[in-house]
Design a protein around this ligand. Structure first.
Ligand code: IVH
Length: 670
């Protein structure tokens, strides 16, 4: 394909894909099938790889990430990012209002009220309608350039299509993780035996600063915008700015309201006090801004914050209640979670009976004693927290809580690895919640997807001694199921056919389902694609595992350990006999050209524009061959960053051409 042809096709594809994805994400509608959409996307990805310079600034491929930044560039904000003064009290809010009234010398004014979103603030710079820079707040004067990561956020427009927009403007907003996404993420971490994240805000902040934008893309960050800045916006009020943002396609939370005086502001605050808990994201207060921009200018700033705006923060609701005891939960991986059993107490709309204490360190930090009363708090987040001990109620001589030393379920002595916060029950093979947990993990939707099997049925199957491991499920017969409470002819048939249908689940789902520690769904997909079959994966060495994308030392060691275990190998063998999918069906992309015809390549190190697997696919798609080791027959060694010195040395000795990523891309152009 000539460069001119490629330019035209890339422009067409970009427009088409952007049209369909706007339709999908903004209007919940589709006009083409998922497969057709994926096909267009795949074509664009390949063309952009072949002609990287032709990639358009609003290319939809950026939504899925792929850039690895070693360190973020520090850049200066055009307008400093100030913070807001804040208060928890109505009196102070009235005082703020008095200061505004005085500053405006009797002129009338209005407030524009918004919720205070609990996320990470961001500055988005647009030039000629294109998102050119996204920067974190940093110290307010300078922040980190996180543009590649921000581009993966679906609600951040890459290009503004509206007519008559200013040549340059800046938008401020809050990047956040929706509560549901946060819960899901924590569930996934639990699935692979990782510690869960404490709250959505810190997780959003950590995600925005991740170095691999393709992982950021998977995290599903979201963004609400609340400020329009610039010299040519033609607006006289904050409200007009907000309306412009809405009409240009930015996401603005519809919770705002214009208030004519401070009494109306109080009403707004009351209105959202409890309702805010039903929103998709955490909020911790209300922000009020003087609406008129010239009035804002007259009021000006203190050293740190504007005199025309303030945040009113909702007090986290708290109460003291008796700690009746601590129970200990055992997870699928054997991790122990201590839970505070509380005297039930009504707090911010719900009755609280239990709260997680996370681990032994937390109990120590709180210095919990037997019979204590504790402070329980419900803030912007919905899960209650134990924040401290109500010392006024502590009994003299109360004994410190002794953390358990044995598993509450099977009595095995607990272990705690150095550097880990959690205690573990090491009795993987015999501890009931671990066994049942593995089966629950195996059947979940992302794994084998046996939805006719629930937690209660698994419990019964376990208690009756019918199922002790996932492979036992495939040996179940009609007479076994009929023994279970509540199972009749039809429900038995459904359950058995659900189990049988699961045999068609793809290899990557099987790989996730067998529950190798640290192998979540994404890693399972990468492993399946890289190793192609269970057989290859089982026999892979630690070093070979490290070569797979997204696999680091921790995962590689865990996979090796898993397959070293005789019982695990036997279980996997039984699953194979049962007829589960043990081979990847991932299709190679179709042949694009033959410019690399007859040439052989070894790929080593990491690349800026490709994942290692991807670059191999590109080679094959262009007629080349990929070899695994350097030998005399090899034509090219494609050297990425951090390539092992041994490979380079060998290639040099054999006089093999070593080429960079850029040189490789030149080869593709023929
Ligand atoms: S306006 C000069 N509006 O709160 C004032 N901020 O302490 C600029 N925030 O850094 C901020 N929701 O990260 C504004 N509706 C909202 C907000 C909001 C959350 C955050 C923002 C800011 C911090 C101020």
């Amino acid at each position: 394909m000539s460069e001119a042809e490629a330019r035209k096709r890339i422009t067409d594809l970009t427009e088409k894909i952007n049209y369909h994805s706007d339709l999908y994400y903004q209007q919940n509608r589709t006009e083409i099938s998922d497969q057709e959409f994926d096909r267009l996307m795949e074509e664009l990805v390949l063309l952009e790889q072949q002609f990287p310079k032709l990639r358009l600034p609003d290319s939809p491929t950026q939504r899925v990430g792929g850039t690895i930044s070693k360190e973020f560039k520090t850049v200066q904000h055009q307008y400093p990012m100030l913070s807001l003064g804040n208060t928890y009290s109505q009196e102070e809010l009235r005082e703020f209002d008095n200061r505004v009234a005085k500053g405006l010398e009797g002129e009338s004014y209005e407030y524009f009220c918004e919720l205070k979103f609990d996320g990470v603030s961001i500055s988005l710079v647009y030039e000629d309608g294109l998102l050119t820079r996204a920067v974190t707040r940093g110290d307010g004067v300078r922040g980190d350039d996180v543009t590649a990561n921000a581009r993966t956020i679906r609600s951040v427009p890459l290009r503004i299509r509206a007519k008559g927009i200013p040549t340059a403007f800046e938008v401020r907003g809050e990047v956040f993780l929706p509560k549901k996404v946060f819960e899901q993420l924590n569930k996934e971490r639990e699935d692979i035996g990782e510690e869960t994240y404490a709250n959505a805000r810190n997780t959003a902040s950590g995600t925005l600063k991740m170095q691999d934008s393709s992982i950021v893309a998977q995290r599903k960050l979201d963004c609400f915008t609340y400020f329009l800045l610039g010299e040519e916006n033609n607006i006289t009020t904050h409200e007009q700015g907000i309306k412009k943002l809405e009409s240009w396609g930015f996401q603005v939370s519809p919770t705002y309201k214009k208030c004519r005086n401070i009494e109306e502001v109080f009403k707004y605050i009351d209105h959202w006090d409890s309702r805010r808990h039903d929103l998709a994201l955490d909020t911790d207060g209300v922000v009020l801004k003087v609406n008129d921009l010239s009035q804002q200018e007259r009021l000006g700033f203190t050293a740190k914050s504007p005199r025309w705006a303030i945040a009113f923060k909702y007090k986290p609701q708290n109460a003291s209640t008796r700690l009746n005891g601590i129970t200990y939960q055992v997870g699928r991986t054997g991790a122990i979670t201590p839970v505070a059993e509380l005297e039930p107490i009504f707090l911010a709309g719900t009755t609280v009976k239990r709260a997680s204490l996370h681990n032994a360190n937390e109990i120590e930090r709180l210095d919990l004693r037997e019979g204590d009363h504790v402070w329980v708090e419900k803030g912007g987040e919905i899960i209650p927290k134990v924040t401290g001990v109500d010392l006024s109620k502590r009994k003299h001589g109360a004994r410190p809580i002794q953390y358990i030393t044995k598993c509450p379920e099977c009595g095995t002595k607990l272990i705690r690895q150095e550097g880990e916060a959690a205690h573990y029950c090491p009795n993987e093979k015999g501890c009931p919640p671990q066994i049942k947990g593995r089966i629950e993990h195996f059947i979940q939707r992302k794994a084998m997807d046996i939805d006719s099997l629930g937690e209660r049925t698994i419990d019964q199957l376990y208690v009756l001694g019918l199922v002790k491991s996932p492979a036992d499920l495939y040996d179940l017969g009609k007479e076994d199921i009929m023994k279970l409470d509540g199972f009749k002819e039809l429900s038995t048939k459904n359950l058995l056919s659900g189990i049988s249908e699961s045999k068609a689940a793809p290899f990557e789902s099987v790989l996730f389902a067998i529950g190798i520690r640290y192998v979540g769904k994404t890693v399972a997909e990468k492993l399946a694609r890289h190793f192609k079959s269970m057989e290859h994966l089982m026999n892979a060495t630690y070093e070979q595992l490290l070569e797979a994308p997204e696999v680091g030392e921790k995962i590689a060691a865990s996979v090796v350990d898993f397959f070293k275990d005789k019982d695990n190998r036997m279980e996997v063998e039984r699953l194979k006999k049962a007829g589960l999918q043990f081979e990847s069906t991932h299709k190679k992309p179709e042949k694009v050209s033959d410019v690399l015809g007859g040439k052989s390549f070894v790929v080593s190190g990491t690349f800026e524009n490709y994942e290692r697997d991807e670059i191999k696919e590109v080679i094959v798609a262009h007629g080349g061959k990929v070899l695994s080791g350097v030998s005399g027959k090899l034509d090219y060694l494609v050297a990425g960053e951090n390539m092992g010195p041994a490979k380079r040395e060998k290639a040099e000795q054999l006089g093999i051409k070593i080429i960079s990523e850029a040189e490789f891309q030149k080869l593709l152009k023929g």
